[in-house]
Write a protein that binds this ligand. Structure first.
Ligand code: NAD
Length: 509
């Protein structure tokens, strides 16, 4: 994978081997903490997608080792995949940190573990999954045995965003493999390196053609993968606007679709909440990965009785957060993914001030010694926000908390639900019984009580409203990669005894 100038190169990986892109073109991969080039990645095009889809199609239709393998055997292979992730954890973590800007603390301590756990736990789950289910025999109108079979859908296009490359990869690839599908992965073109390397590693235990990767521009490779007539399913993680477009493309050939899209998570702070716990927890909720997480808690709804005290503590705790080089274990928050994204986040902060809100801390570029070329934003808390302001309506995807004051619980729930999104929501209170009642009223796929980012690899994760549909993680995710077939067998041998036939064969005695 080395080029002449020793810059690591990441070609495409199709049908069990590395291959050059049809265009011959490569693009640079940039470290967002320093602005340095860390590698070159192939830019695929439609011809590469055709090649990868043909390989996946062949592995599904003709060389059907994978889809016909017993769930027990597939489970064993998934566990081998988990071992491979752990055995190569250091290399994968360093690749990921150097192009995504995620901190080493998080990528090594959380993401890699979750990736291994996803493969390993689905290795168990797949052995319990109801691939074949017998329905009770019904005596009337005649003796019939019916089974329900759950079968792999076929060739899947798996398209991921740049914010958690390996984790998003595993959330799609592990269940798609568990169900017996074949697939083409398209990582975001700015953070492809860990994905390409992991595809190469996993191919050591998978039949060739089952897992392929084509890197390239979304408008070219993503477009081709969502339009291709030989693709049966698209699973997409990314922005709501592109997700809508993906859904339209997929509709042309009725591809099955899972969409994991944006969010604008509201957290309701009740008047009895523990201020200290909320300050640390809510800021963990918005500053993890520098706010570049779909399920971040970006709107904090604080009761008027504790509003001033809460803001004071949010300000103090926010100022403790260490912004720095993601490779440094002392760093709590790294950079924005690109310069363009940095500029977008800064524009959102400016819009809040223009709309009449107030920045109590942060709001500027953060200077990090040794990372002068990086795209860092200070941890930012904005108060006096109204829910119809741009910062409260739109996904900023940066380290920016919007604090909104409320007076009554009904008002708080109405504000929380007054959003196009419905991915995450939460409640901060000492009264967990009331919190359960509030959780019923919150229109979001995940509700977290007294903490944030409480994602588990065995709990379903996905969106309400324009945050998408379908669920990932655990056994729920295997269901997203199967078709359901009913197979009925008749045991009546005598045509004259077949009561239903007499509807047509009226002369039958
Ligand atoms: P994006 O929508 O710009 O891109 C996501 C992926 O889609 C990339 O691989 C991109 O190349 C590809 N793409 C772009 N145009 C395409 C097209 N026309 N057809 C097919 N694919 C195309 O999103 P992003 O900026 O990479 O990621 C940030 C967004 O992802 C945020 O909105 C965030 O909330 C969302 N996200 C959601 C989840 C979730 O689980 N709900 C998780 C992570 C990120």
């Amino acid at each position: 994978m080395q080029s002449a100038n020793e810059m690591p190169r990441y070609p495409l990986f199709i049908n069990g081997e590395y291959c050059e892109p049809a265009s011959g073109e490569y693009t640079q991969v940039i470290n967002p903490a320093t602005g340095d080039v860390v590698g070159e990645v192939a830019m695929g095009n439609e011809a590469d997608v055709d090649k990868a889809v043909a390989a996946a199609r062949n592995a599904f239709d003709n060389n059907s080792d994978w889809r016909r393998m017993s769930p027990e055997k597939r489970g064993k292979v998934l566990k081998q995949c988990a071992q491979i992730v752990l055995a190569n954890a250091q290399e994968l973590a360093l690749l990921e940190v150097s192009c995504s800007g995620g901190t080493l603390n998080r990528v090594a301590g959380m993401d890699i573990m979750a990736v291994a756990d996803l493969f390993g736990s689905l290795g168990d789950e797949v052995t319990q999954f109801p691939f074949v289910e017998a329905l009770p025999t019904r005596p009337l109108p005649e003796l019939v045995n019916t089974q329900v079979w759950r079968e792999p859908i076929g060739v899947c296009s798996l398209i991921t965003a740049w914010n958690f490359p390996l984790l998003l990869f595993a959330m799609k690839v592990a269940p798609a493999l568990a169900a017996g599908n074949t697939m083409i992965v398209k990582p975001a073109e700015i953070t492809p390196t860990s994905t390409v390397r992991l595809v190469e590693l996993l191919n050591t235990v998978l039949p060739k053609g089952v897992l392929n990767v084509v890197v390239g521009a979304g408008s070219v490779v993503g477009e081709a993968l969502t339009l291709h007539k030989d693709v049966d399913k698209v699973s997409f993680t990314g922005s709501t606007s592109i997700g809508r477009h993906v859904q339209q493309n997929a509709a042309l050939t009725m591809k099955r679709v899972t969409l994991e899209l944006g969010g604008k998570g509201p957290g309701i702070v009740m008047p009895d909440a523990d201020i200290e716990r909320v300050a640390y927890g809510a800021l963990w909720g918005v500053y993890m990965n520098a706010g570049q997480a779909c399920e971040s808690g970006t709107r904090l709804l604080v009761h008027e009785d504790i509003y001033d005290e809460m803001i004071q503590r949010l300000k103090e705790v926010s100022e403790e957060v260490v912004v720095g080089n993601p490779m440094d274990p002392a760093t709590g928050m790294g950079p924005m993914s690109t310069e363009t994204h940095y500029n977008k986040v800064m524009q959102y902060i400016e819009s809040a001030v223009a709309d009449g809100a107030e920045i109590v801390t942060g709001g500027k570029r953060a200077d990090v010694a040794g990372c002068e070329g990086g795209f860092f934003v200070e941890p930012t808390v904005i108060v006096g926000v109204k829910n119809d302001m741009k910062v409260a309506c739109e996904e900023i995807f940066g380290p920016v908390l919007s604090v909104i004051k409320y007076s009554s619980l009904d008002e708080a729930i109405a504000i929380a639900n007054d959003s196009d999104y419905g991915l995450s929501a939460g409640v901060w209170t000492e009264n967990v019984v009331q919190a359960q009642q509030i959780a019923r009223d919150l229109r979001a796929g995940s509700v977290w009580i007294n903490d944030w980012h409480m994602m588990r690899t065995d709990a379903p994760f996905g969106g309400y409203k324009q945050s998408g549909y379908g669920r990932e993680f655990g056994k729920y995710s295997i269901s997203s990669y199967v078709e359901t077939k009913s197979v009925s067998t008749s045991f009546e041998r005598n045509p004259a005894a077949k009561k239903m036939h007499k509807i047509v064969h009226t002369k039958l005695a």
